[in-house]
Structures are given as C-alpha cells and as structure tokens.
Design a protein around this ligand. Structure first.
Ligand code: SF4
Length: 280
C-alpha cells in the first residue's frame, strides 16, 4: 500500500477531533493509514461533523485519553496525529494543501433539541457497541448506516428520520449496559425511550402494531387471557416444530418472515411459571 499512498495526488480522511484555538485536526488510528493519507499525497481533504470541534488542546488531552482507554484499553491510540495546516517550508512531510470540510447534515437540528443534544457528545469510542448484547449478536451491518450499536440507534433516526429508521430504537432490550459503558455519560437508554415516545406521538407505528399493543396491554390487565394465550401459543409452536425442536418455516404472519431467514426454537413443554407453581 505504501507505494499507492506515495503516488496518490489526493488523500481523504475524517477527523477524530478538531481543535478550535489552533485550527488543528486530530487523527487517531492504530494502523497508520491516517498518517499516510494525510502526509504523503499533495492534497489532503478532511471531512468532519461539526460536533468534532473542541475548544482547546487542554480539552483534547482529556478526550484523547478517554477515547483510547474506552475503545481498546490503550493509554493512547498508536498513531495520534495532530495536523495544523499544510506543510511549511522547513518541514519534510505533510500535504501542500489542506482542506477541512465541516459537515452539518442535520446536526444543528439535534443541537437545537434539548432532549437529544447530548448525543452529539459522542467520541465514537465504541464502548457502547462492545457492551451491547444486541450489537454483539447482529453485528454492525444490520443497522443500515455507518453508525451502529446503541449510539447508532439514537443518531441514525435523528439524522435520517424516525420514519426511515424507526426499527432501531425498538431493537433494544434496554438493559442499560451501553449507558454504563459510555465515558461521556450519554444517557443512551433514556434517549432510546424518548425516540420510542416520539414514534408514538408521531403515530409512526402501523395500525396492526397499535392494535397488537392494545391487545397485549389489555391481556396483561386480565391475566387469565394472557396465560391462556401463552398456552395456545406454546401448543401451536410445538406442533409446527420439527424433530430437532425448531420451527423452520411458519405458514403465515410475521413469524413467516422471521423463519424465512432463521429458525425459531420451540418453547419448552412446560413453562417456567407452570413449573414454579408445582414447586410451591
Ligand atoms: S455513545 Fe458513548 S460509549 Fe458509545 S461510542 Fe459514543 S462515546 Fe463511546
């Protein structure tokens, strides 16, 4: 790759931070690709969201430590580059031209929202991803955006519309592990709940979903119906299961979509609560 970097006319990078008092851009990588990209080609273009701006180098030192410790447990990322302007006459490397492009793309709207503005504090350390049981099972590509995991489930709907990414805030068990892991104390579970509330207020749920939830709420108030529903469901799923105890293909409804891409384990013959009742 070195030769390719050396011959390239243009290098494009992002930025982990931008420092306002000196106009510096900061690149943190463990592979050195950012350093190649920003120093070997003649022109360096850096794209960065406006939330990457920090006021001074004093603020930067705190954030650099937080980033490395919570993402990979290092004292500092291996290649931490601070680029302040293009190459000067007495310097050996660096680009001849440096262009920093600040992206808004909906970020000022998030900033104006008192509930969600804290999401812009994110330093992209990835700690919430690593702690999230959903992310660890489904992986990054399932989120349909470059931002994955719990923070992706918050900012992707904010940047691209709740009507397009309404599934993301709902694909969470709200266990709270992400909020505990976050070094900048973003209340991720709270923001996921607020997004769900917005979906209810904007009536983003389909008629069928609303009806199902009402029925569910009603049955929770009338527990005999809930228990009976559970029994019927258990018997039906067990009838559909094969000899290995898996439902491979459900005949109809949402379960059909589910089983078209994965197998559903059939419920146990006796539910936990039935077993518990026999013990007391
Ligand atoms: S939300 Fe917090 S834990 Fe998740 S990537 Fe951002 S800073 Fe890290």
């Amino acid at each position: 790759m070195r030769e390719k970097y050396r011959k390239a006319d243009l290098g494009i990078t992002g930025a982990n931070f931008l420092v306002a008092d000196t106009g510096s851009l900061v690149l943190c990588t463990n592979e050195g690709n950012g350093r190649f990209c920003s120093t070997a080609p003649r022109v360096h273009i850096a794209f960065a969201g406006i939330e990457k701006l920090v006021p001074t180098h004093e603020h930067l030192t705190v954030l650099l430590k937080l980033l490395a410790r919570t993402s990979t447990a290092q004292p500092l990322t291996c290649y931490t580059n601070i680029v302040t302007g293009p190459r000067r006459s007495d310097e050996h490397d660096g680009s001849e031209q440096l262009h920093i492009i600040l992206l808004d793309n909906g970020r000022t709207n998030i900033l104006a929202d008192e509930t969600f503005r804290e999401a812009l504090r994110c330093i992209r350390c990835g700690a919430c991803l690593n702690s999230c049981p959903v992310y660890r099972s489904v992986g990054g590509h399932s989120y349909g955006s470059v931002y994955s995991g719990p923070i992706g489930s918050v900012i992707t709907p904010l940047l691209r519309g709740l009507e397009n990414y309404g599934d993301l805030p709902n694909a969470s068990s709200l266990c709270g592990a992400c909020g505990d892991a976050c070094p900048v104390k973003i209340d991720l579970p709270g923001l996921l709940i607020s997004l769900r509330q917005n979906m209810v207020d904007q009536r983003e749920f389909s008629m069928l979903e609303r009806l199902t939830m009402r029925l569910y709420a009603w049955s929770l108030k009338h527990t005999w119906t809930y228990r009976m529903g559970q029994r019927v469901q258990r018997v039906m799923l067990r009838m559909m299961a094969d000899r290995d105890g898996y439902v491979r293909s459900a005949p109809t409804g949402p379960l059909r979509k589910w089983t078209s891409v994965r197998d559903l384990p059939a419920p146990a013959k006796q539910s936990f609560s039935d077993w518990w009742n026999t013990q007391s």
